[in-house]
Design a protein around this ligand. Structure first.
Ligand code: ADP
Length: 622
């Protein structure tokens, strides 16, 4: 689509126009139009596209300079190149004036034809280039627009997906609340037989597994929607590690594996960070290491790297199936699972979440692996130390609630909940504590019961038919006495916006489903200062039928001096690898004792071990 290069010849002499038209018209792809005066020239530029103007200077009426000035004034004509042609105004000052007005050339008559033709060709080429550029810019603009549209469509789709996943996980969470809550309650029932307890434990465990899968999906959708944020606070890293080692140590032992903890003495105990996210990262890595290892063991190595700004180094190493080189990048993608499909189980989200969390925390998660030999996942995080007194003390393990401590006023508790399972679960928990309870099945009933019964505390479900919890709370707060009642919302929703709406409606706090029984009781203690009576804590299931915690002076006497000294050295160095080596000679003769020491070592109970070993001195003195 080559459009002609249009030249406008402006001259009051018809003979000049004729000569120029003849000369230029012979040029390929050029079209010549004429104007006999400045006014006519301006008219022509309005009527059609002109690409070059050959302009006589001396003309009756509007002369060439005047015409050029007018052309400069409008956007449409400002950039048309002008070549002045004159037989009269040859002095330097006119030439300068011509250029000042915007001419690109100033030729004098008689015009050198070859020179003129060369100039015309040059401008034609420039014009063509400019047209090409403009076409390209237009194309790029179009592509950019298409890309923006595609990006917006993808973002909308991603947002829809994340919302769908979050909604689904909410729907799944609600029935799961009943499954986890009831199995927990029934496990505590003294009338349950051992077989029933075992079955209930399986239900509970499977429910928890399901919950962790749902949480993974939710985490991933939150990350993808950009809704996941890091919340830094001081915390006890030592306790976090110990809990993980406890949890995974038991799992490893069930699979006949060893879980080793190798902690450098520089590894800090109190740091500032996002404890929940770090816990999840390590849990995912350790669970994988145990899951994908059949023989040998898993080591958790904890250290510090001193560089510009210290960093925390955490390695999870296993002697498992390993990951092929070509799969090593992919495993960090969401929903990607590699290797033998029979051997692997899971949703393929663990590593994707771990890497995203580590990146969000400003760190790096890397992998080294050899198929058949094992894998090492390494987390490196910026380290910020926290003073020990900034970390809240851990909550001790507690027994089940069996009632209220005496001497407290009677308390009326209203449960506003539409779902039968959740009604029963919450009611049972509250009955166990001995509260007076009434039940409302929706917000309207809730408001009515509040007015007629005047409860001290309300458990308010968020989503209900007829009237939801947010609206019911708002109405209750507006009624006489409505400001004094404590209202705790219960919700399976994980949307922050919905939480914000609940708080705005006037609830005092929010408890998320599925909740643990203690969350219900603790909330009531926090809001009303209620004190509960509890039974003695349930003992942890002993390992291999022996009580792990108890090491007696007799046990100590049974040790050879060499073993005792080796243990002493290992405990002093807080070195669980060395400790395991020291225990090794005991395994043949006293397997139970060896097992108990190892359990304490696995749990990082160095203090207990130290006290036990130190008691040797007392025994000998006696
Ligand atoms: P999954 O839930 O399937 O375990 P992950 O994202 O945690 O999902 O892991 C992705 C895949 O990476 C797994 O399916 C497994 O094939 C591989 N993988 C992860 N950790 C290990 C490991 N320690 N050893 C061998 N393979 C592993």
């Amino acid at each position: 689509m080559n459009q002609p290069f249009v030249i406008l010849v402006v001259d009051d002499h018809a003979a000049n126009r004729f000569a120029l038209k003849a000369l230029l018209g012979a040029e390929s792809a050029c079209e010549v139009v004429e104007a006999a005066s400045g006014e006519e020239a301006l008219l022509q530029t309005i009527q059609r596209d002109i690409h070059l103007i050959l302009l006589d200077v001396q003309m009756p009426g509007m002369d060439g300079f005047e015409t050029a000035r007018h052309l400069q004034m409008t956007e449409r004509t400002r950039n048309i190149p002008i070549i002045f042609a004159t037989a009269v105004f040859k002095a330097e000052e006119f030439i300068q004036r011509g250029y000042a007005i915007g001419a690109v050339d100033y030729l004098t008559k008689p015009i050198d034809e070859q020179l003129l033709l060369n100039r015309i060709r040059l401008y034609r080429r420039l014009h063509r280039r400019q047209c090409d550029l403009e076409a390209m810019v237009a194309l790029l603009r179009q592509q950019e627009k298409a890309l923006v549209q595609a990006k917006e469509a993808a973002e909308a789709a991603n947002f829809a997906k994340s919302t769908f996943l979050a909604t689904m996980s909410h729907e799944l969470r609600t029935p799961l609340n009943a499954i986890l809550g009831f199995s927990e309650l029934m496990r505590r029932d003294p009338d349950a037989t051992a077989r029933q307890r075992e079955s209930l434990s399986i239900i509970h465990k499977s429910g928890n597994h399901l919950l962790s899968l749902i949480n993974d999906v939710l985490d991933m959708s939150r990350i993808e929607a950009g809704r996941s944020t890091i919340e830094n606070a001081p915390f006890d890293l030592g306790v976090l590690v110990r809990d993980l080692v406890d949890l995974l140590g038991a799992r490893a032992r069930e699979r006949g594996l060893q879980l080793l903890l190798d902690q450098s003495s520089a590894f800090p105990r109190y740091i500032v960070g996002d404890a929940a996210k770090l816990r999840q990262v390590l849990l995912n890595l350790l669970s994988n290491a145990v899951k994908y290892t059949d023989r040998g063991g898993v080591a958790l190595r904890l250290g510090v790297r001193h560089n510009q700004g210290n960093s925390l180094l955490i390695e999870v190493q296993d002697t498992g199936i390993g990951i092929a080189l070509e799969d090593q990048t992919q495993v960090f993608d969401a929903f990607v699972r590699v290797g033998d499909p029979v051997k692997t189980e899971g949703a393929g989200l663990g590593l994707a979440i771990a890497r995203q969390f580590v990146t969000m925390m400003g760190g790096e998660l890397t992998l080294i692996s050899t198929p058949g030999q094992g894998s090492t996942f390494r987390v490196e995080l910026p380290l910020v130390l926290a003073p020990a007194d900034s970390v809240p003390a851990p909550v001790p393990a507690r027994g089940a609630v069996v009632g209220l401590e005496p001497g407290q006023p009677e308390m009326r508790v209203l449960v506003v909940e539409d779902q039968l399972e959740n009604q029963i679960l919450l009611t049972r928990l509250l009955e166990a504590a001995g509260f007076a309870i009434r039940l409302a099945r929706n917000g309207v009933e809730g408001v009515e019961l509040f007015e007629s019964w005047q409860p001290h505390f309300i458990w308010m479900d968020r989503r209900m038919p007829v009237m939801n919890g947010t609206e019911a709370t708002r109405r209750i707060r507006a009624l006489p006495g409505g400001r004094d009642v404590k209202i705790a919302a219960v919700t399976a929703s994980t949307f922050r916006e919905q939480h914000a709406a609940l708080i705005a409606s006037g609830v005092d706090t929010i408890v998320r489903k599925p909740y643990r029984p203690d969350e219900i009781y603790d909330t009531m203690t926090q809001l009303c200062g209620v004190r509960f009576k509890r039974e003695a804590p349930l003992a942890e299931a002993p390992v291999s039928g022996v009580s792990a915690e108890i090491l007696t002076p007799d046990d100590l006497r049974a040790l050879s001096e060499t073993t005792r000294l080796a243990l002493h050295a290992a405990v002093l160095g807080l070195d669980s690898c060395q400790l395991l080596k020291a225990v090794e000679p005991l395994r043949a003769e006293q397997p139970q004792l060896a097992e108990r020491i190892q359990t304490l070592a696995d749990r990082l109970e160095f203090q207990t071990l130290w006290e036990w070993l130190e008691s040797a001195q007392d025994t000998r003195k006696k």
